[in-house]
Design a binder for this molecule. Sequence first.
Ligand code: FBP
Length: 262
Amino acid sequence: MLPFADSPIKRNGKSLILAYDHGLEHGPADFKGMPETADPERTFELGTHDAVTAVAVQKGIAEAYYPSYEDDVNLLVKLNGTSNLWMGEPNQPVNCTVDYAVDIGAVGVGFTIYGGSNHEVEMFEEFREAQQSCRDYDIPMVMWSYPRGQGLKNDTAPDTIAYATRLALEIGADMVKVKYPGSPDAMSHAVNMAGKMPVVMSGGSKISDEEFLQTVSASLDAGAKGLAVGRNIWQRDNPIEMLDMLEQLIFEDASVEAALAH
Ligand code: FBP
């Protein structure tokens, strides 16, 4: 059995992880035009919605804001991360240990691997250390599996995303987050390559309600076990309405039409 069968980051076997590490990964550009989105408090408030099974943030945000939400939100701390200011081959410096993440309240951790990067070797070694530490605490390791770097031309090609999920299974992730590979068949291929390990869909830039829900629905039909998304929730004027719709889709098996008509 995978180590986190009863983890709070799942609800009836599905997850909706609200990702909010963009201030590091993309910088203030992601908050442009909506200054309220720069306030981590707003995202933690959204994390109290029943649909959200965990909020994923970097260590500094967790230290400063999680204490007020520890009774209402499941915390997932991202152990590595990079800024958009870095112009070199894709890499993610580790900035937090599993020990410290658990100390500040994490019930799971996140870790990015850029398979195919020149830094793949170091990233695998760092992953190994963190993954083994997760086993000691019996907490899940969610892998952001984003192949990129060197000569990789299309990081969402079906075979690339299928490789991304397989790679996560092989090196011991408990859940893998991948970008949508463009079609239900391709997502199904990626899910099959992950075996028993749950696959969750990453969101990408904000798109219309309908287009986003259609993609979520196609992923779920293809066997994905939920989402780990950021901008398509917290960049909306009415993120609670989106969470209500996602709750219907992910946890209540509603159709896109029914969710939109709620
Ligand atoms: P979104 O749903 O907003 O795309 O967030 C998912 C995520 O993995 C974030 O956790 C992370 O900050 C971002 O995407 C990184 O995306 P990229 O490396 O493609 O710029």
